[in-house]
Write a new protein. Structure first.
Length: 537
């Protein structure tokens, strides 16, 4: 899998990408990469090597970015990381000393994993490679239990294998010691503050214009606020993006994104999927992510097969993800806001901040994007360090009730502001104070779908494909067969070791009858069971 890989000399690493490998002391170090991009992922001098997975925005250009990293390192090897801005994993090697240092950025989007056993380091973005080459493999029971108990839980440092950990943000490895560097030092270097939405927007535009150097862009367009906000910024900056969406033919994602693309006069590719497509490659996807993402994301394989030879050559994937997390409806610093009826006090969690929404979103999205990188490249325009701190520094009273979020979108989204956010939800032109009422109406619509099935035993759909998983479990033959064979006809591994069979059966039967929605739990259980199937003999 694309990325940087550090492993002992007795092991060989190869994947489907271009590879550069060098030996250093007891280790081999490989960078796997897409050679079609004009970016420097490797640089070598008589004394040093640099392996770089990602993009360094603070370099003059991406074609010289590894040289830039080495220049900063040689100037000040202890503090060079505070000069870098980007989305990256970096290994800098001293050839004379046969030693290396490893650093990740402040986001850890470009997900890496590591195992450190008896002083022997294995580090890779390829979970299967790690799993196949570590000497001992033990299920991480504590992590699995937390994952089952917390509906939206993903620990940012653990995996389901005890011996494999996730690389975390601001992480460094020196002499096989896992350490971190100061996010506050980064903040001091790149921090900006702005509360005026017009000036805030101008700063975002200036930074985005520097993040992109005239590359071909493929914007993943959901039709939601974040992605159309970014699309219209691209148009203002005279970029020429192409856009792509996947979903069912009747889904809002497909219909609304098409209207948004048309209003902005951009090429738009639609990959129509049906219910079966969301489970078609589920075993492969869960194996690739070792259960850390949910199986319904396996549609990425069909999506990118569809896009092959359609999008512009060398396209970089971009997404609008950012605004909603920090200044919209999902902004959460308080763990209580995502407990979802679970009593978190019953769990042995020492640091509640580890389970905040921000960390959860970052971890899960990073895992998902590693699948995207297999096919193209990914870069988040709005995760330049300065933009990140701009968003993080907004005071709570300003972002309360979506006020600042709405102001930004109203300022920027001109071409498609008249298009509803979702056909099943509400009109963008509603003032923020009216959004809660609109959300209540949306809730009633979702309740109507459930009540209709319960009364008539006939499935009708929400027109949002993620919500439609709810009905597919009840009515689609492929989904029903998957659930029944996995949990009702046979005793699952989940039932043998983690949950009573009666709890599983009652939950699924209750969902099947339309008495209540248990979508999140069932999707999670299937993902876990697929993981157990691949990893437990």
């Amino acid at each position: 899998m694309i990325g940087v890989h550090v492993y002992n000399r007795e092991i060989e690493y190869k994947d489907n990408h271009d590879n550069i490998t060098r030996a250093l002391g007891d280790y081999n170090i490989t960078v796997s990469y897409h050679s079609k991009y004009d970016k420097q992922v490797f640089f070598e001098t008589e004394t040093h090597l640099v392996f770089l997975d990602g993009w360094v925005f603070s370099a003059d250009n991406y074609a010289k970015q590894a040289e830039y990293v080495l220049e900063k390192y040689i100037q000040d090897s202890s503090n060079f990381i505070y000069e870098l801005n980007g989305q990256f994993n970096i290994v800098v090697c001293n050839k004379k000393l046969s030693s290396f240092v490893y650093y990740t950025d402040i986001f850890s989007f470009r997900k890496q994993y590591y195992s450190l056993e008896q002083g022997e380091l294995l580090l890779s973005s390829d979970l299967t490679f790690l799993k196949n080459n570590i000497k001992k493999k033990t299920l991480n029971i504590d992590h699995i239990k937390k994952n089952i108990s917390l509906p939206r839980f993903i620990d940012k440092s653990e995996t389901f294998i005890e011996e494999i950990k996730q690389v975390f943000s601001c992480m460094k490895i020196i002499d096989n010691h896992i350490l971190d560097y100061s996010i506050e030092r980064v903040r001091e270097k790149f921090e900006k503050k702005e509360t005026n939405p017009e000036l805030f927007l101008e700063k975002i535009k200036r930074k985005i214009s520097k993040v992109h150097n005239n590359e071909n862009l493929l914007l993943l367009l959901s039709g939601g606020l974040d992605s159309r906000f970014l699309l219209e910024i691209f148009k203002d900056l005279n970029f020429k993006p192409q856009t792509a969406t996947y979903g069912t033919e009747i889904s809002d994602e497909v219909s609304i994104s098409s209207l948004v693309a048309k209003c902005n006069e951009v090429k738009h590719f639609i990959c129509n999927l049906d219910a079966k497509d969301f489970i078609l490659d589920s075993e492969k996807y869960i194996n690739d992510t070792q259960g850390l993402d949910i199986f319904v994301q396996s549609s990425v394989y069909k999506f990118y097969a569809y896009l092959k030879n359609k999008v512009k050559e060398n396209s970089v994937i971009d997404t609008g993800f950012a605004l909603d997390v920090f200044i919209g409806g999902s902004y959460v610093n308080d763990v209580k806001k995502f407990q979802n009826d679970i009593n978190i006090s019953d769990l042995e969690i020492s640091n509640l901040s580890e389970y905040s929404t921000e960390n959860r979103v970052f971890s899960s999205l990073a895992i998902r994007q590693s699948a995207h990188r297999e096919f193209y490249e990914d870069r988040y325009s709005m995760f330049d360090y300065e933009i990140y701190f701009l968003m993080k520094n907004l005071p709570d009273d300003l972002i309360k009730d979506n006020k600042f979020y709405y102001s930004l979108c109203e300022l920027q989204i001109k071409n498609s502001f008249h298009i509803p956010l979702q056909l099943t939800m509400f009109d963008l032109r509603l003032a923020p104070k009216e959004w809660k009422n609109a959300e209540a109406i949306q809730f009633e619509k979702e309740k109507y779908v459930l009540d209709y099935f319960k009364k008539n035993n006939i499935a009708i759909y929400h027109n949002r494909y993620y919500s439609d998983f709810d009905m597919w479990i009840r009515a689609d033959k492929d989904w029903k067969l998957l659930i029944e064979k996995m949990f009702l006809e046979n005793e699952s591994y989940l039932a043998k070791h983690f949950l009573d069979q009666s709890i599983i059966e009652n939950t699924i039967i209750q969902h099947m009858k339309g008495e209540k929605s248990h979508l999140r739990n069932i999707v999670k259980w299937v993902s876990l069971e697929l993981f157990f199937k691949a990893n437990v003999s």
